[in-house]
Design a protein. Sequence first.
Length: 110
Amino acid sequence: MRFFKKILISTLMLNTILISSSKAQDSQVYSINLPYYDWKLKEGKYKLVFEQNCLMCHSPGYVFGQSKGKTGKDMWRTVVYQMINEFKAPISKEDAEKIIQYLNESYSNQ
């Protein structure tokens, strides 16, 4: 068993050295241009609460793109509480209700 440990450790060390040296030789810097869209969020009473809580992880396009045009009170409530309960978004219940109100008043078609 010790023999296999030594072989494993030696192999990992050798791979680390080889990878490091190959990266040192490839010093070219690559860049990509990502598309940018300047979303103009609708003004509303709790727009700032939405921005502070939701846009730290999501772009507006992501938030509104998920609805696929189907919006309404039940949908926004479900989405906001899914973020809190399933994905552990650190949003207070008070802020959640404000976010839902903002989305319902500004981005609901029902």
